[in-house]
Ligand binder design. Structure first.
Ligand SMILES: [Zn+2]
Ligand SMILES: [Zn+2]
Length: 110
């Protein structure tokens, strides 16, 4: 997310609200939404389904069935990431030269 201040705009991770220092690995979603690497790692490990529907903060899709795995934090539960965004972000992060991060897409089991 973006936070407007007198001296400019600060970018914050939508999920942990840590300010981006311009260096750390992160992935940008729609409308300036951001997920940082520590959040992404946690999200990939912890994403799970729940009841009800949700809106994804990163792709802005709404009414996503809760049966599709998603992730949010207790501190900032209004920010939710859908599994598709997590996988896209993980793939992007894997390619980023400065991010020490490797991610293998899960095998499709249809
Ligand atoms: Zn974060
Ligand atoms: Zn999404």
């Amino acid at each position: 997310m973006q936070e407007y201040q007198d001296d400019g705009v600060t970018l914050l991770c939508d999920f942990c609200h840590k300010a981006w220092d311009g260096q750390a690995a992160m992935v940008e979603g729609h409308h300036g939404s951001i997920i940082c690497l520590p959040c992404l790692k946690a999200a990939l490990a912890e994403a799970k389904p729940s009841a009800g529907k949700y809106q994804c903060t990163l792709c802005l899709r709404v009414n996503i069935p809760g049966s599709l795995p998603h992730w949010s934090t207790e501190a900032h539960p209004q920010a939710v990431a859908c599994e598709e965004c997590l996988h896209l972000s993980a793939a992007a992060m894997t390619k980023a030269p400065h991010a020490e991060f490797q991610w293998e897409p899960p095998a499709e089991n249809i």
